[in-house]
Design a protein around this ligand. Structure first.
Ligand SMILES: *[C@@H]1O[C@H](CO)[C@@H](O)[C@H](O)[C@H]1NC(C)=O
Ligand SMILES: *[C@@H]1O[C@H](CO)[C@@H](O)[C@H](O)[C@H]1NC(C)=O
Ligand SMILES: *[C@@H]1O[C@H](CO)[C@@H](O)[C@H](O)[C@H]1NC(C)=O
Ligand SMILES: *[C@@H]1O[C@H](CO)[C@@H](O)[C@H](O)[C@H]1NC(C)=O
Ligand SMILES: *[C@@H]1O[C@H](CO)[C@@H](O)[C@H](O)[C@H]1NC(C)=O
Ligand SMILES: *[C@@H]1O[C@H](CO)[C@@H](O)[C@H](O)[C@H]1NC(C)=O
Ligand SMILES: [Cu+2]
Length: 770
C-alpha cells in the first residue's frame, strides 16, 4: 500500500503540474472574437450602409412597405476554423464582420438581401451573403416590422368602422374615439396557406391589463401582401362560430338581428366593492386576491455572497472554478455560449438556442392557424429588463444588450442578461459514514453551487427564460422555462375539443412547445465519434449453481457511422446514454466522452400517426396551413440528430421561417441529406426538447414555471479520471473525536464578511436608442 500511495501521490503531483500549466488568461483575452457588436460598431455599419446612396435607404419607421431599409445588424461569427486557429495556434484574429439584412421594398420585385460588412470597427467593404442555391428568402417571408404593424393597426381600424356600434353593443369597447376603452389585436402566423402569401388572422381583444385573455369573439383575415397598404383587404370575418365575407356583411346582419351575439360582461366592473376605493382586479391581473391559510406578509429569503462573487466576468467571458466560456446574445436567435472549457480543455465550441416553436389547435380560424416559429418574431431581441430579486437573485451581475433590429439606431436593452452563482439547496455529494452503533466514522459533504447565465425572451404574450447552468463537476445544463400569458381564443362549446375553458368567454388552446438547440461539442479536440450505450439482458447458466439460469444486464455499445443513422426519430426509443467520444482515453482505458442527457416531454406528446401524416403533408407542401413547415416537421421528427460540422449549417432556422414555412431559406432536413460520415469528425448535436401544454385554470393569470421547463445536460463520462469537483475547496468533513468536540475540517474559513443588504429594488423598463 505504501508503493501504491506513492504512485498516486506522483500522479497527483503530475496532475497539479498539468493543471497549473493551463492558464485561463490565454483563453479569455481573445474572446472578443465572439463579442456582439458595440454601439459604435453598429453605428459604423449603419453609417457605412447609408453612405451607399445607390441603396436608397430610408428610416425603418417610414410608414410604407415600399421602401428600402436596414432591418437587422448583428455580429457575423467568423468561420470556426479561423477562430480556432486564432485561439489555439495564435494566428491573426479573423476579420470582424457584421451581418446586415436589407429589405428592398422600393422596387417592382422587392427582395431581401443579406450582406457581410467589414472589417470592423472601420468598414470599407460589403459583400452579399449568398443564400444557399434555391433558397433565396422570399419577400413575403420577412418578419413584420413596426412600420407594418402601424399600418396594420390603421387598416384594422378603417376596416372595422362599420362594426363600431356592434363592438360598443357587444363589448363596450371600440376602435374609434375609444380613450380608455379601446380594442387591440393579436396576429397569428403562418400568414396564409402557401409560399408567397401574407394574409394574417387577427384576434380582436379588449385593451385592458392582460389583453391576451380578453378576446371579443371576432377574428378577421387581412391580406397585407401588397407593398401598398391601400391595397390591403379584409378577406374573411369570424364571429362567435360563424364566418362572414366582410365587416360590412357582419354589421348588416347584426342590424337585421341575424347574428348570434354574445354580450361580454364589463371586464372591470366598477362599484362592486363600494368600500374599497380601488377597483377589484381583473382576472388577468397579477394583483393579489384571496388569502392563504398561513398568511405571509414579510419578505422571503434572499441570496447573499458575503465575500463577493466567486466568478469573474471579463467582457463577454465568464471564469468560474474549472469553467470558462464566452457568450453572446444574437438579436436574431438568442443566447449562444461559445468556447466552453472545463479544466482548460475545450468541451464545446458552441451551445446555442436555435428556435422556439409553439403549435396550436383550435376551433376558431386564428386558433387552428397558429404555428408560432419565434425567431421570426425577434426571439433574440425581445430581451427585456430582468428584475433583481425576482428574475435573477439580487446578487447577480446584470448586463445590458444592444439590438439593431427593426430600428435606425442600436437600442439598449438594460439588464437583458444576468450571471450569478447560487446554492442549489441540495448537496453536490455527501455521505454519512455510520459506525452502526449510534455514531459515525465521518461525515463529508460538498455544497451544491452553480453558476447561471440567464436571459429571457418575451415573445408578445409568452415569456421564455433561457438558462445555461454550470456545475462544479464539469456538468453543463441548458434549460428553458416557459411562463407569461397563454395564447387564447374566444370560448364556444366546440372549443373544448382543443383546449380548456379558462373564463366566461375564454378558451386556452392546447399546444406543443418545441425548442431547438445546437450543441457543437468538441470533446478534448474537434475529432469526435458518436456512440450509445444501452442495457442488454443476457440469460446464462449460473456459474456457481449450474442448475439455475441467471438473467443479468450487459453493456451494449453501438457506434454510428453516418448522419442518417444518428438521426433519431420520435417514437423510436432514444438510447439512454448518448456519448460524444474523443479518440483519447482516460487513465482507465475508456474513451474520454461527454454524455448528452435530454430532459424533455416531447416524445410522450407526439401521438402515433402524426409523423406519417407529417410526411404526407410535407410532400404536398403548400396545401395545408402550418404543419408542412419544413422546420416544424423536422423538430417534430428528431429529438436528436448528429451531423458533421459544416460552415453552411450553423443555424437550423432563420428569421424567415415563420412567414414562409413552406419554402424557407433554411431547411434542416438538408443537413442530413448528404448522410456524411460522422466517425472521428467534428460533430454537432441538434437537440429538440419540448412539452405538451394543455392550458388549465391555473394558467390564469400566467403560466407558471414549475413543471414547465425542458432542456438537456452535458455530463462528463469517463472524460476525467475522477470527479473534477475534487478541486473545489468547498467540502466540509466532520470527524468525531474521543471525548472531545467533533473536528470540522474545511478549506475555506467560515464566513467572515458582512451580511450586506442588497441595493433597493429598482426597475426602469425602457429600452432606447443609443
Ligand atoms: C435585390 O434587390 C437589389 C436592389 O435593387 C438588387 O441589387 C439585387 O440584385 C436583387 N437581388 C435579387 C436576387 O434579385
Ligand atoms: C394596388 O391596386 C391597384 C388597383 O387595383 C393596382 O393598380 C396597383 O398595382 C396595386 N399596387 C400594388 C403595389 O400592388
Ligand atoms: C403581518 O401579519 C401578522 C399576523 O400574521 C400581523 O400580526 C402583522 O401585524 C402583519 N404585519 C403587517 C405589516 O401587515
Ligand atoms: C459509534 O459511535 C458512538 C457515538 O459516538 C460511540 O458511542 C460508539 O462507541 C461507536 N461505536 C463504534 C463501534 O465505534
Ligand atoms: C432463460 O433461459 C432459460 C433456458 O433457456 C429459459 O427457460 C428462461 O425462460 C429464460 N429466462 C428469460 C428471462 O428469458
Ligand atoms: C429610465 O432610464 C432612462 C435612461 O437612463 C431615464 O431617462 C428614465 O428617466 C428612466 N425612467 C425611469 C422610470 O426610471
Ligand atoms: Cu404553453
Amino acid at each position: 500500500t505504501l508503493a501504491l500511495g506513492w504512485a498516486i501521490a506522483t500522479i497527483l503531483a503530475l496532475q497539479t503540474v498539468a493543471a497549473t500549466k493551463c492558464t485561463p488568461r490565454t483563453l479569455h483575452h481573445k474572446a472578443r472574437v465572439f463579442e456582439d457588436l458595440s454601439a459604435q460598431e453598429l453605428k459604423a455599419v449603419r453609417n457605412f450602409l447609408w453612405s451607399h446612396k445607390e441603396l436608397r435607404l430610408e428610416p425603418s419607421r417610414t410608414p410604407t412597405m415600399a421602401k428600402n431599409s436596414v432591418f437587422l445588424i448583428e455580429m457575423l461569427l467568423p468561420k470556426k476554423q479561423h477562430v480556432l486557429k486564432f485561439l489555439d495556434k495564435g494566428g491573426r484574429p479573423p476579420a470582424r464582420e457584421a451581418r446586415a439584412v436589407i429589405f428592398f421594398g422600393a422596387q417592382e420585385h422587392p427582395n431581401i438581401t443579406e450582406f457581410a460588412v467589414g472589417p470592423l470597427p472601420w468598414p470599407y467593404y460589403m459583400r452579399e451573403l449568398p443564400p444557399k442555391p434555391g433558397h433565396q428568402a422570399t419577400w413575403a417571408s420577412r418578419p413584420i416590422s413596426s412600420a407594418e404593424y402601424a399600418l396594420l393597426g390603421h387598416a384594422l381600424k378603417e376596416a372595422t368602422k362599420p362594426l363600431h356600434q356592434f363592438f360598443l353593443d357587444t363589448t363596450g369597447f371600440s376602435y374609434q374615439d375609444c380613450h380608455s376603452r379601446c380594442l387591440t389585436f393579436t396576429d397569428v402566423a403562418p400568414r396564409g396557406l402557401a409560399s408567397g402569401e401574407r394574409r394574417s388572422w387577427f384576434i380582436l381583444q379588449l385593451f385592458v391589463e392582460g389583453y391576451f385573455l380578453h378576446p371579443t369573439g371576432l377574428e378577421l383575415l387581412l391580406d397585407h401582401r401588397s407593398t401598398n397598404a391601400q391595397n390591403w383587404t379584409v378577406e374573411r370575418v369570424w364571429y362567435n362560430g360563424k364566418f362572414y365575407r366582410s365587416p360590412e356583411e357582419l354589421a348588416r346582419k347584426y342590424e337585421d338581428g341575424e347574428v348570434d351575439v354574445v354580450v361580454l360582461e364589463d371586464p372591470s366592473p366598477k362599484g362592486k366593492s363600494e368600500k374599497s376605493t380601488e377597483e377589484p382586479p381583473l382576472f388577468s391581473s397579477y394583483k393579489p386576491r384571496g388569502d392563504f391559510p398561513t398568511p405571509i406578509n414579510v419578505t422571503g429569503p434572499r441570496l447573499v455572497q458575503p465575500q463577493g462573487p466567486r466568478y469573474r466576468l471579463e467582457g463577454n467571458t465568464v471564469l468560474y472554478g474549472g469553467w470558462s466560456f464566452s457568450f453572446r446574445l444574437r438579436s436574431s436567435s438568442g443566447l449562444q455560449v461559445l468556447n466552453v472549457h472545463f479544466g482548460c480543455e475545450r468541451v464545446a465550441y458552441e451551445v446555442s438556442v436555435q428556435e422556439a416553436v409553439a403549435l396550436y389547435g383550435g376551433h376558431t380560424p386564428a386558433g387552428m392557424q397558429t404555428k408560432y416559429i419565434d425567431v421570426g418574431w425577434g426571439l433574440g431581441s425581445v430581451t427585456h429588463e430582468l428584475a433583481p430579486g425576482i428574475d435573477c437573485p439580487d446578487t447577480a451581475t446584470f448586463l445590458d444588450a444592444l439590438h439593431y433590429y427593426d430600428a435606425d439606431d442600436p437600442v439598449r436593452y438594460p439588464r437583458a442578461l444576468c450571471v450569478f452563482e447560487m446554492p442549489t439547496g441540495v448537496p453536490l455529494r455527501r455521505h454519512f459514514n455510520s459506525n452502526f452503533s449510534g455514531g459515525f466514522n465521518f461525515y463529508a459533504g460538498l455544497q451544491g453551487q452553480v453558476l447561471v447565465l440567464r436571459t429571457t425572451s418575451t415573445v408578445y404574450n409568452y415569456d421564455y427564460i433561457w438558462d445555461f447552468i454550470f456545475y462544479p463537476n464539469g456538468v453543463m445544463e441548458a434549460k428553458m422555462h416557459a411562463t407569461g400569458y397563454v395564447h387564447a381564443t374566444f370560448y364556444t362549446p366546440e372549443g373544448l375539443r382543443h383546449g380548456t375553458r379558462l373564463h366566461t368567454h375564454l378558451l386556452g388552446n392546447m399546444h406543443t412547445h418545441l425548442v431547438h438547440y445546437r450543441v457543437d461539442l468538441d470533446v478534448a479536440g474537434t475529432k469526435n465519434s458518436f456512440q450509445t450505450l444501452q442495457m442488454k439482458l443476457e440469460n446464462i447458466t449460473n456459474p456457481w449453481s449450474p442448475r439455475h439460469q441467471l438473467v443479468q444486464p450487459t453493456l451494449e455499445q453501438t457506434s454510428y457511422h453516418r448522419e442518417r443513422q444518428a438521426a433519431f426519430r420520435f417514437r423510436q426509443p432514444l438510447p439512454k446514454y448518448l456519448l460524444f467520444a474523443s479518440p483519447r482515453e482516460n487513465r482507465w482505458g475508456h474513451k474520454r466522452s461527454y454524455r448528452l442527457q435530454i430532459h424533455s416531454m416531447a416524445d410522450q406528446v407526439l401521438p402515433l400517426g402524426w409523423q406519417e401524416e407529417q410526411a404526407i403533408t410535407w410532400a404536398r407542401a403548400g396545401r395545408f396551413p402550418g404543419p408542412q413547415s419544413h422546420l416544424v416537421s423536422l423538430l417534430r421528427r428528431y429529438p436528436l440528430a448528429v451531423t458533421k460540422y459544416r460552415e453552411s449549417e450553423v443555424c437550423s432556422s432563420s428569421i424567415y421561417n415563420q412567414n414562409d414555412p413552406w419554402d424557407p431559406p433554411v431547411v434542416f432536413e438538408e443537413f442530413l441529406k448528404n448522410n456524411e460520415n460522422i466517425e472521428n469528425e467534428d460533430l454537432v448535436a441538434w437537440v429538440t426538447v419540448g412539452f405538451l401544454h394543455i392550458p388549465h385554470s391555473e394558467d390564469i393569470p400566467n403560466t407558471a414555471t414549475p413543471g414547465n421547463s425542458v432542456g438537456f445536460l452535458l455530463r462528463p463520462f469517463n472524460f476525467f479520471d475522477e470527479d473534477p469537483s475534487l478541486a473545489s475547496r468547498d467540502p466540509v468533513i466532520v470527524w468525531p473525536r474521543d471525548g472531545g468536540p467533533n473536528y470540522v475540517q474545511r478549506w475555506i474559513p467560515e464566513e467572515e464578511g458582512d451580511c450586506l443588504m442588497p441595493d433597493p429594488f429598482s426597475y426602469n423598463g425602457t429600452y432606447r436608442p443609443v
